[in-house]
Design a protein around this ligand. Structure first.
Ligand SMILES: [Zn+2]
Length: 276
């Protein structure tokens, strides 16, 4: 899944590789997928995009905007974006196929679910999209300790740390993937309720949110995700499906995996004691 680091990395690659190319073919929903979401009539995507020049790409939290003059293609988390060089045959199954004037391709496929939206700039009023654009990214200076601590003011103190960090679009793009190492580094259990956190815990959490997301981004995303060229990210996850079964790198204890709030959480019960 695209989260903040991968969106940043992949959008940077899209920007440098695709900028200046002209869209010469658009195929949408060629391999129908139950959980591929489109806006309006996907058959109209060609008329929105054909003949336009790619003018740039950027991350918007866990989403990616690809600009083609006055049009935007918006990709949500859950999409795979893959670039195929000129004259390299792209795969036949896809949910979006773009061909460019140099015979290179951008192929988009959906994992479990994902959104591929095409629209003219300014004409998308989707809630998640707009909220993503409004809130500061943890990678930005605007997302400072004061801002982070202020997020605690408007929530029930009985919710868990996981719910606080990774739901309700409080911090768009911070999802269940990056959450694991953020909390491991801060020595905080994902199920601990906010009311049991000390101010020191909250400050440690802030530092970890910033440092981990910056580190993951600088290393090309997590090693559980592939980039635009099909390469795994260079950030080695401490806690993920990839490392489950190995021992805690700090204390040598066993890592626990538990289904919690829609998705597995991983934690070390010794380093991350649940406060009650
Ligand atoms: Zn441990």
């Amino acid at each position: 899944m695209l989260e903040i680091p991968e969106s940043k990395v992949t959008s940077g690659q899209l920007d440098s590789i695709l900028k200046g190319k002209i869209i010469t073919q658009v195929l949408v929903n060629n391999s129908p997928h139950k959980f591929a979401f489109y806006n309006g009539d996907p058959n109209e995507y060609a008329s929105i995009l054909m003949g336009k020049i790619i003018t740039g790409a950027n991350a918007a939290a866990g989403q990616i905007e690809l600009h083609a003059e006055d049009s935007i293609l918006l990709f949500s988390d859950g999409v795979n974006l893959r670039y195929y060089e000129p004259n390299v045959a792209p795969p036949e199954k896809h949910q979006l196929f773009l061909e460019f004037n140099d015979n290179s391709h951008l192929i988009v496929t959906i994992q479990m679910y994902g959104g591929i939206w095409a629209f003219i700039e300014g004409q998308n009023d989707n809630f998640y999209y707009l909220v993503t654009k409004q809130k500061p990214s943890p990678l930005s200076e605007e997302f400072d300790e004061k801002y982070f601590l202020s997020l605690f003011d408007s929530v029930k103190q009985t919710i868990s740390v996981k719910a606080f960090l990774a739901t309700e679009q409080r911090i768009p793009g911070l999802g269940n993937g990056v959450l694991q190492d953020i909390l491991f580094d801060a020595c905080i259990h994902p199920a601990t309720r906010l009311q049991y956190l000390s101010i020191n815990d909250k400050k440690k959490m802030f530092t970890s949110v910033k440092n981990k997301l910056i580190e993951m981004t600088e290393k090309g995303g997590r090693d559980t995700e592939k980039d635009l060229l099909g390469n795994w990210g260079g950030y080695q996850t401490n806690l993920s499906s990839r490392t489950f079964g190995s021992l805690c790198m700090i204390c040598g204890g066993s890592i626990i995996r538990r289904a919690f709030l829609g998705g597995n959480v991983y934690f070390c019960p010794i380093c991350q004691v649940e406060k009650k």
